[in-house]
Design a protein around this ligand. Structure first.
Ligand code: NDP
Ligand code: MG
Length: 390
């Protein structure tokens, strides 16, 4: 029996993780559930899975949730600090970080310091402070098990290859809803069009990131920390069918790929059961339904975010942290229809150029960088809006 904590239980990954738990009640015991605003669903989940602790981020929802759960024996906490308490909660073996954005950093660190394995969906944590997080994980002897489908694919390809040198890895990208489109087209796309991903149903932020290729950029940085690779060892190829989830090329030239239908429940489950594989009734891939799998080069001039992410990784220091914070601000602004699709990259690039560079950041440097970038980016967004109004 594995005792698990799910941070971000009400989101796309969190809900699918609970489906995995529901199908395997003899294997998993949910000890901790957290959400930010969706107290209604959190309450429902708490009543079904009976964890020891639930945390609601939004403090104004605490009183009602506590009242609703009174008499159940479930402890209720609220606020940002409580998230780190939840991550370090005694009695859990593994923490699934399924919350969105840099908000995942502090709780992930708390979980690692408490000796918990991490099932990592929250890629932003590694983008912001990959060096600190991975060093801490080795110090405390905990595993960081990737949930992101591409990274799970790489991880699966590396199974049994200890000591064998990786020449490069190849991350596949669906290309999102705007694959093959020009900059002129992208200048006019709407929020609703960007939210329509062809292959995956995901939370709003990662769906916009997928449309802008920032998601693939964040994944390049995530992969560099997870697998100890340089930017030059990480290639991205566009594969619209999302069947080949990613590939590893070894020093003898051999390439291993991991394949399957696009379904996040598989990588979630693999991270939770690793190193075991357990039986599922998920639909199986049939080659005859996909007579053609295609691959092409990403267009980094049109989708500039991918290029910016490579630059951030190559420069290192706090650059990826700036990239991430600026991106979180612009995605929120795009979702609120406050800036256009292409302007997202403009703001991210300005932030990368203008925010002070720190070569060897400490944790407090990262937190400061994150905060300052958000203020600077929000200001740029407001200025962009004014230009539009004129
Ligand atoms: P969602 O937006 O669907 O869910 C996010 C979850 O985190 C919700 O439970 C939400 O609570 C909670 N949350 C949001 N903001 C905060 C905050 N500031 N502090 C604490 N909790 C917060 O996201 P996804 O499930 O799509 O993605 C989660 C993570 O997994 C992201 O980092 C994403 O990049 C990664 N990922 C997702 C994939 C997917 O298929 N969805 C695939 C690969 C990676 P509430 O519901 O109350 O707002
Ligand atoms: Mg992915």
């Amino acid at each position: 029996m594995k005792n698990i904590a799910i941070l971000g239980a009400t989101g796309s990954i969190g809900k699918q993780a609970l489906e995995v738990v529901r199908s395997n009640p003899e294997r998993f015991n949910v000890q901790v559930l957290t959400a930010q605003n969706n107290a209604t669903l959190l309450l429902e989940q708490a009543l079904e899975f009976k964890p020891g602790l639930v945390v609601i981020g939004n403090e104004s929802l605490y009183g009602q949730l506590r009242a609703d759960l009174s008499g159940t024996g479930i402890q209720v906490l609220c606020g940002e600090e409580a998230l780190s308490e939840a991550a370090a909660w005694p009695g859990t073996d593994i923490v699934l970080t399924a919350l969105v954005g840099a908000a995942g950093l502090k709780p992930t660190i708390a979980a690692i310091q408490a000796g918990k394995d991490i099932a990592l969906a929250n890629k932003e944590t590694l983008v912001v402070a990959g060096e600190i997080v991975t060093a801490l994980a080795s110090k405390h002897g905990v595993n960081i098990l990737p949930v992101d489908s591409e990274h799970s694919a790489i991880f699966q390809c590396l199974s049994g290859e200890t000591g064998n040198e990786i020449e490069k890895i190849i991350l596949t990208a669906s290309g999102g809803p705007f694959r093959g489109r020009s900059r002129d087209f992208l200048a006019t796309v709407t929020r609703d069009e960007a939210l329509r991903h062809p292959n995956w149903v995901m939370g709003a932020k990662i769906t916009i990131d997928s449309a802008s290729l920032m998601n693939k950029g964040l994944e390049v940085i995530e992969a560099s920390w997870l697998f100890g690779l340089t930017a030059g060892q990480i290639e991205v190829i566009v594969h619209p069918q999302s069947i080949v989830h990613s590939l590893v090329q070894f020093s003898d030239g051999s390439i291993k790929a991991q394949m399957g239908l696009p379904d996040m429940k598989l990588p979630i489950q693999y991270a939770l059961t690793y190193p075991e594989r357990i039986k599922t009734d998920f639909p199986r891939f049939n080659f005859f339904d996909y007579p053609e799998l295609s691959f092409s080069k990403p267009d980094m001039d049109t989708f500039r975010n991918l290029k910016l992410a490579y630059q951030a990784l190559q420069t290192g220091g706090n650059k990826p942290c700036v990239l991430n914070a600026a991106n979180e601000v612009v995605v929120a602004a795009f979702l609120e229809k406050r800036i256009g699709f292409l302007e997202m990259s403009d703001v991210v690039e300005r932030c990368m150029d203008d925010l002070p560079f720190v070569q060897q950041p400490s944790l407090s440097n990262y937190l400061e960088t994150d905060e300052h970038t958000r203020i600077f980016a929000a200001d740029l967004v407001t200025k962009q809006q004014k230009v539009h109004l004129i």
